[in-house]
Design a binder for this molecule. Structure first.
Ligand SMILES: [Ca+2]
Length: 388
């Protein structure tokens, strides 16, 4: 017997005489039922499509290669180029609106995933959070901007974001180990006050706030403070320890490549990892060495005490200090992965060579050739990774 096929006589067979009018009516009813089924399938697929785009869109807003959302090792990308769902008019010339609504407001109007691309914003004093007009790193148009004003917190732009894949509205996944790569530019006049923290390492999820595992970015040498060893036990900061100190103070006005590697310790055991790579990439971000330069490496970090079993779940640009630094910083081309290191961002290349450039650059044995001036064009390959 075939699947779905009934044994025995067809319904009503031999019992009802079907007139031509009834036959036409039945044909019409079948056609209507077919259309209804077709429309129901389309509607369902449409909803799924919207949901999928929404979920991917909150984590992968970047045209950088590898940031399409198809690589399960990539957890978050943001190039600060696109507006959020609010689509507000820029607050002024050259001002972007990549995330323009405070998290509490966004959550009251549908959630941060659909309103502000998954960013839980803490907008202080109405400062805009991105700036556009060929000011991004590597020839990109826009970058995030934070304005620090001293005092408690410094009224700077603050935001955190959960890590892919999403597990519900505003929710993300958690990991024992992540690599975080971005570019950082302090503008002229920047003042370091030795109390600043740029990134906090926390569990899921965005908008939860607080300090759980620690933070990085203190002073011009970007020292790191694991919460348990530094805040609780007062053992001091993790400083650059590779004999090649890099001070942001000497690179004002230039883009600094920043990559940070955090691997949580076994709770209560000093076996956590912290690594940091820093390099000067010039005022436009177009020059860089053949491989990133390691500035700090620790394999005995006490991020968390016994009993603290939570994992890394957000990237939190809390940019907080008391007193905070004073000045303006630009942030661009964020990429977060669970395997690494990530390396420098890709460059525009011929289609036949559209490899993941960061890998090619990282493992190339040849000296890095200074890239040609490209007149402000986006340097990322457009051949391999379309914008989601
Ligand atoms: Ca950018």
């Amino acid at each position: 017997m075939g699947i779905g096929r009934r044994e025995g006589p067809e319904p009503f067979e031999g019992r009802v005489e079907v007139t031509p009018q009834a036959q036409r009516l039945m044909v019409s009813l079948r056609a209507m039922m077919g259309w209804a089924l077709f429309l129901a399938v389309c509607f369902t697929l449409g909803l799924l499509s919207v949901a999928t785009v929404g979920a991917a869109g909150s984590y992968f807003n970047s045209s950088e290669p590898g940031c399409s959302g198809s690589d399960p090792n990539v957890l978050l990308c943001e190039d600060f180029e696109s507006k959020d769902a609010l689509g507000l008019s820029p607050a002024g010339s050259g001002v972007g609106t990549w995330a323009s609504e405070n998290a509490d407001v966004a959550n009251s109007k549908g959630g941060i995933d659909t309103r502000t691309k998954g960013w839980a914003m803490r907008i202080r004093d109405g400062y805009p959070h991105s700036i556009c007009g060929g000011v991004g790193v590597g020839g990109t148009n826009c970058a995030a901007r934070s304005i620090l004003q001293g005092g408690d917190g410094g009224n700077s732009a603050m935001a955190d974001h959960s890590l892919a894949p999403g597990t519900g509205p505003g929710r993300g996944s958690s990991y024992n180990e992540i690599y975080v790569r971005f570019y950082w530019k302090p503008l002229a006049g920047y003042v370091w006050n030795n109390n600043q923290k740029m990134i906090t390492w926390n569990p899921c999820c965005a908008n939860d706030g607080g300090i759980v595992f620690g933070g990085s970015g203190r002073n011009d040498e970007w020292e790191t403070c694991p919460f348990q060893s530094c805040n609780v036990l007062s053992e001091g900061y993790l400083t650059q320890n590779q004999g090649n100190k890099y001070s942001m103070r000497n690179h004002v006005g230039n883009w600094t490549f920043v990559e940070l590697h955090v691997k949580l310790n076994t709770p209560g055991v000093r076996d956590g990892v912290f690594e940091m790579w820093l390099d000067d990439c010039g005022p436009a971000g177009l020059t860089f060495p053949s491989t990133p330069t390691l500035r700090a490496r620790y394999t005995n970090v006490l991020w968390r005490p016994a009993g603290e079993n939570r994992l890394l779940g957000v990237v939190f640009f809390d940019i907080w200090g008391n007193p905070s630094d004073v000045g303006t910083v630009l942030i661009d081309q964020l990429k977060v992965t669970k395997v690494g290191p990530i390396g420098f961002m890709g460059r525009r290349v011929p289609r036949r060579l559209s490899l993941p450039l960061h890998r090619a650059l990282r493992y190339s044995s040849k000296p890095q050739v200074r890239p040609p001036a490209l007149g402000g064009r986006n340097l990322f390959s457009t051949a391999s990774t379309p914008r989601p």
